[in-house]
Design a protein around this ligand. Structure first.
Ligand code: 8YV
Length: 313
């Protein structure tokens, strides 16, 4: 039996790439000098595609692959995959939920601590010698007793909520529907922002959440408030975020994701009230290996005619 042809749009972890190389005929679009020509040449035989969250696969690429049966992404987010185009062709899509939940929730709490207690500025205050010159660093605001509003209470949002409780933080949330949890529910992002001291964005990306955190929501968080985003840059109106941070209508922000990656807007990254992270919330060896293994195992299940482990939709 010939090995199925597999298109690699974005590589996954080395060990799992070796597993794929042993089981499939790989076509490395990610390494192609001329991707358009490369795709046209290999397209007729490609039955499966591997990608990651930021790369996804476009409707045009899907249309160029007449034999495509499955797209496996090493990410929980599928906003860069044209799911409508896949559904229209009966193309399966798999992602990597659960295995990254703890890492991403850890980073959300880390960003809350770093931003609210100004740890990055404190680090520079010591390193630059300013502490010796100017004396004690400015007092910050305690976490205990503050209100954390979580926008999106899926697996990751719930894991963030659980991590907030030992810090003495109160948790509220807004989601498409109320959930059977002991946290206060708010019908709208704006109502949640009005209540929150710290506003955490934990929704999926994509058209359904595009700029869901609008100027009005940002202003409702307020001059003493903090916005944390570990979801997707597209969920926040970034121009409104920059303007609000610049003129003090928002106190601070902790961001792992941006409208433009890997080169975020300098107007944002130059601000001292912003804590920055390079879209790295799932970026540990253990978690990225587990995500990549899910890609391998989903593809193996598909070609064995077995149930997919983590199908989307
Ligand atoms: C990275 C992520 O995008 O899982 C997601 O949706 O955002 C991250 O894990 C990356 O795709 C990991 O490969």
């Amino acid at each position: 039996m010939p090995q199925p042809d597999l298109l690699v749009l974005s590589a996954i972890r080395p060990d799992q790439m070796r597993q794929l190389d042993a089981a499939y005929t790989l076509h490395r679009l990610d390494l192609a000098a001329d991707p358009a020509s490369f795709l046209a040449e290999v397209a007729p035989s490609v039955r499966a595609a591997v990608t990651t969250g930021g790369r996804g696969i476009t409707a045009a690429e899907i249309a160029a692959l007449p034999a495509l049966e499955i797209v496996a992404t090493s990410s929980v987010g599928t906003d860069a995959i044209d799911l409508t185009a896949c559904a229209a062709r009966g193309i399966h899509v798999t992602n990597t939920p659960d295995v990254l939940t703890d890492d991403v929730a850890d980073i959300a709490l880390g960003m809350i601590l770093m931003t609210r207690r100004r740890l990055v500025e404190g680090h520079e205050y010591v390193r630059s010698g300013t502490w010796a010159q100017k004396g004690p660093f400015a007092l910050t605001s305690a976490l205990r007793g503050k209100r954390v509003g979580i926008l999106g209470l899926g697996r990751i949002g719930q894991a963030i909520a659980e991590r907030c409780l030992p810090f003495g933080l109160q948790v509220g949330y807004s989601a498409r529907s109320e959930k059977p949890v002991d946290f206060e529910f708010f019908e709208t992002p704006q109502a949640l922002a009005q209540w929150s001291d710290i506003f955490v964005v934990a929704t999926p990306g994509g058209a359904g959440t595009q700029a869901l955190v609008s100027q009005d929501v940002i202003e409702a968080i307020g001059p003493q408030g903090t916005l944390i985003n570990i979801a997707r840059g597209s969920v926040v109106d970034e121009a409104a975020l920059i303007a609000a941070l610049k003129d003090g209508r928002l106190g601070s922000a902790g961001l792992d994701v941006f409208a433009s990656e890997p080169g975020p807007d300098k107007a944002l990254t130059d601000l001292d009230t912003v804590t920055l992270s390079p879209h790295h919330a799932s970026g540990t060896v253990e978690t990225r290996d587990a995500m990549a293994q899910l890609v391998v195992d989903n593809l193996a299940a598909h070609f064995a005619g077995e149930a997919l482990l983590t199908p989307v939709g």
